[in-house]
Design a protein around this ligand. Structure first.
Ligand SMILES: [Ca+2]
Ligand SMILES: [Ca+2]
Ligand SMILES: [Ca+2]
Ligand SMILES: [Ca+2]
Length: 191
């Protein structure tokens, strides 16, 4: 019985290893524009890059200068449609994005692993929540002359270790039952 409980505890510990870790990246450091910017937090690496031109960091968030004359430093649809992408060193669940420099006619197109999946998503005051999107790369695109915004924060969760296969749990259970059965037989023989 105690042995069975022990094996159940071991199986539970395996499941417990699957904890997800949350990472919040905040982009409020001013700096020079670069084709790519690199960030790291607790072993999770993040590369931010612009489809065209430079990523432009300032105290209000990350934007894009698409390298054409007259383009502003926001992610905007002016001259060229700017797309800013966030690539993580492992697959993560996107939790929320906080946009900044937003006015009431801004919306974004959402890209996942290089493909556009949502069009014209309105940007509210506050966070945009994405509870069930798992990928390594998330992109935010502006199009049309009205769209111009920056990205100030992004929160993601790592997925943790894979949950053990049901067969692995069944095997642990079987081992426990077998050992328990042997003990029971031994007890009977010793009577
Ligand atoms: Ca721009
Ligand atoms: Ca532009
Ligand atoms: Ca748009
Ligand atoms: Ca606007």
């Amino acid at each position: 019985m105690i042995r069975n409980m022990l094996y159940a505890a071991v199986a539970f510990m395996f499941m417990g290893a699957a904890t997800a870790e949350a990472y919040l990246f905040t982009f409020t450091t001013d700096g020079a524009g670069q084709p790519q910017l690199f960030f790291s937090q607790g072993g999770l690496d993040l590369t931010v890059d612009a489809r065209q031109g430079n990523v432009e960091p300032d105290s209000n968030g990350l934007g894009v200068d698409d390298s054409h004359n007259g383009d502003g430093n926001a992610i905007d649809g002016n001259i060229v449609d700017d797309l800013l992408s966030f690539t993580f060193s492992e697959a993560v669940r996107l939790v929320f994005v906080r946009f900044s420099s937003v006015d009431n006619n801004d919306d974004f197109d959402f890209w996942v692993n290089g493909s556009q999946v949502l069009n014209e998503v309105d940007i509210p005051n506050g966070n945009v929540w994405f509870n069930d999107t798992i990928a390594t790369t998330f992109g935010f695109e502006a199009d049309g002359n009205n769209d111009n915004f920056k990205i100030k924060k992004i929160k993601v969760e790592t997925l943790g270790s894979p949950v053990p296969e049901p067969t692995a749990i069944a095997t642990w259970g079987l081992i426990g039952l077998t050992l328990g059965g042997c003990a029971w037989l031994r007890r009977r023989r010793n009577k």
